[in-house]
Design a protein around this ligand. Structure first.
Ligand code: NAI
Length: 269
């Protein structure tokens, strides 16, 4: 895709799932990648290995490089250091993908404060902190850039028993729009993708049980879960110059999950 070669992309939570696929895809598109991970160093090394295999398959001397950076996105000092390390190594940061995310489930009347704060701290404050540090760098260097937030269909679909997750993704949608408007004139585009049910480790509860997976998929108009590669393709598009005039948008990639599946067959009249 246009305009990605030679860019530097930082992907948070890139040791597994959607983040791993995004890192691999952006490397394949010619970006230097910064693979953030919180604790899964092996997963991050696997992302690096797969990314280099894809990016360098036909090239003798590969121009694409990757950097592994440990850090917890909910901690301000970790985020500051993550961006500093990126700049020390590559001298620039052009693309931020706010992918790191967690969820917990509990009836809403029983959520304890620590668990509530943990989810909001990673999904929402962490995304803001990464965006803040990226924007500071872009403004200081007078560079254009692109931020992509990995939201969820639960940005708009209420999800009972997952209140903190739903709040975090709803907030992320507003963060996408607010930052997009605030920095549009500076050439910093801010967009999001909202995945539907996607086969990744966060969904082990149903992806490892064929019966439960069939039950999940029965609610999806297209009849199947999505893949992390399908999410990564949309991120590459939004980060590229093909999307140069797109900002403040969240692209729903969900096999039709947000289309009111109950209306697939006529029932109302
Ligand atoms: P995953 O569990 O494989 O990925 C989440 C990643 O975030 C993990 O690598 C984890 O180590 C990392 N992470 C968690 N806390 C962190 C922290 N404090 N600092 C840095 N990294 C941290 O699951 P998946 O599905 O790949 O999730 C990626 C994103 O996609 C999340 O934001 C999730 O909410 C979102 N999403 C996933 C959907 C799905 O069905 N899999 C659907 C909608 C959204």
């Amino acid at each position: 895709m246009k305009g990605l070669t030679g860019k530097t992309a930082l992907i948070t939570g890139a040791s597994s799932g959607i983040g791993q696929s995004i890192a691999i895809r952006l490397a394949e598109e010619g970006c230097n990648i910064v693979i953030n991970y919180r604790s899964d160093g092996e997963g991050a090394a696997d992302t690096h290995r797969q990314a280099m295999e894809k990016a360098c398959k036909d090239i003798e001397v590969c121009g694409v490089q990757s950097l592994l950076v440990q850090g917890d996105v909910s901690k301000e000092e970790d985020v500051v250091s993550m961006v500093q390390k990126t700049l020390e190594r590559f001298g620039q940061l052009d693309i931020l993908v706010n992918n790191a995310g967690v969820q917990t489930d509990s009836p809403s009347e029983a959520i304890d404060v620590d668990s509530f704060d943990w989810v909001l701290g990673i999904n929402l404050r962490g995304s803001y902190l990464c965006a803040r540090e990226t924007i500071k760098h872009l403004l200081a260097e007078n560079r254009t850039g692109s931020i992509i937030n990995i939201s969820s269909v639960h940005e708009v679909i209420p999800r009972p028993q997952y209140l903190s997750y739903s709040i975090s993704k709803g907030g992320m949608g507003n963060m996408t729009k607010t930052l997009a408007l605030e920095y549009a004139a500076k050439g910093i585009r801010v967009n999001g993708i909202a995945p539907g049910a996607t086969v990744t480790p966060i969904n082990e509860a149903w992806t490892e049980d064929p019966e439960k997976q069939a039950e999940v998929e029965s609610h999806i108009p297209m009849g199947r879960a999505g893949t992390s590669e399908e999410m990564a393709a949309a991120v590459a598009f939004l980060a590229s110059d093909e999307a140069a005039y797109i900002t403040g948008q969240t692209l729903f990639i969900d096999g039709g999950l947000t289309l009111y599946a109950d209306f697939q067959e006529p029932w109302s009249a």
